[in-house]
Design a protein around this ligand. Sequence first.
Ligand SMILES: O[C@@H]1[C@@H](O)[C@H](O[C@@H]2CO[C@@H](O[C@@H]3CO[C@@H](O)[C@H](O)[C@H]3O)[C@H](O)[C@H]2O)OC[C@H]1O
Length: 476
Amino acid sequence: MPYLKVSGTQFVDGNGTPVVLLGAGLGGWMMMENFISGFPGCEFHIREALAEAIGIEKASLFFEKFLDNFFAEGDVKFFKSLGLNCVRIAVNYHHFEDDMNPRVLKKDAFKQLDRVVSLCAAEDIYTIIDLHSTPGGQSGGWHADAGTHFGNFWKHKDFQDRFVWLWTQIAEHYKDNIWVAGYNLMNEPADPDPGHAGLINIYDRTYAAIYSIDPHHILFLDGNTFATDFTKFPDDSATRWGTNVAFAIHDYSTFGFPSSPEVYEGTDNQKATLKAAYVRKRKWMDEGNLCVWNGEWGPVYGRKEYDGEETDDINRRRYMVLRDQLEIYRKDSLSWSIWLYKDIGFQGMVYVSQDTAYMKHFGEFLSKKHRLAVDAWGADDKYVKHIYEPIVNLIKEEIPEPNQKLYPPIWNLENRVTRISRTILVAEFMAKEWAEMFVGMGDQELVDFAESFAFEKCEKREELNSILKFSANTAV
Ligand SMILES: O[C@@H]1[C@@H](O)[C@H](O[C@@H]2CO[C@@H](O[C@@H]3CO[C@@H](O)[C@H](O)[C@H]3O)[C@H](O)[C@H]2O)OC[C@H]1O
């Protein structure tokens, strides 16, 4: 069976039959994230903190077992049972290359990724390899695993050289694998250059490097500023990176988050707003007759432990947003990858049960994280907003208004101040506390923690899954 390809605006299989890629993002696995598995800050913080607290051997045991359990046979069978056909696998460059030993592949760099790609292939499920964090960080998000709010990737040529090098290693490794649909070169770039010159340049370089090794796989290219902006992409984009290219939007709607400006009722106006945001993101592709892939989207959900009696009502509305987005996508036969497959209970299709060793042990710690709004994603900052307000006001009063506007524009002044303070500063202090909660554990307890993430120990978000299943089975 030949490789999946892009043909015009569609994906097609070896017979030229159109394929709509429907699936989910495997985040939190080879790209660990705070709200997904319950730690503060970013992956490199907690890896360092845990090694310091319990020693490198025990920490490695925990992380290795975590990787083994987070996605295994039960997961892929369940995924298949919903009629989904593609897993977008988020990977962190730290798993392949050590910052202190750059351009040297780590021993067993591909062990876990090969395992999951093969599990999926055995069920006829495509995988897309998504390089979710780059050397130096391609954005100031926690998910760039850089521990800072600057995307230093854009400022250091050596980070960029390492990125290109890593892609040549991945391409060499998977060039003959037909179940790998392709390579999502960079998750959510945030190149501050007004002409997006850094992003275009890195796409040029990576395309050339990959295609000299592997001319067969699809390239999935995110727009700038968190996969929302293609306005500075060059006129020759339809051929510049070959023609086997899909352009990726991320279509998050504020209606699906606690920060929604209004309660979602699914009114005609609200549906029009949903649609307008989506149409705006894909406009550039539509004008050029290019292939669009929605690489991330999806609401977050209320939790009984934090949202109490309001939980069911919150979630009823979030499912309305989900359905309304899917209806828009269905009409366009859009390929999508919902965020997120698995987590500890905020967004995932399946989530770690409260009855597991991990969730029991970290319950109070997670409440504190929630109260302090230490994660940015979908955060409700009502308990700490007043703490940061004076800093916001200080900047408003003392800094000339035009200078208050910094890149990226989606982080307005308040968002920038509170985000940096909570998710980087406070989070850094909390990483040690998280790690210290492992002190004194024997190997079996560490394994029990890691096994808490196994499919068999997870709950299913039934309504989400049934909506996705229906959508996958009625896709046109
Ligand atoms: O790893 C993922 C990560 O990829 C994801 O990143 C966020 C995506 O949304 C960004 O904000 C949106 C930008 O577009 C506007 O139209 C939306 O309304 C915004 O929500 C945000 O800045 C990124 O951090 O987040 C979840 C992670 O797990």
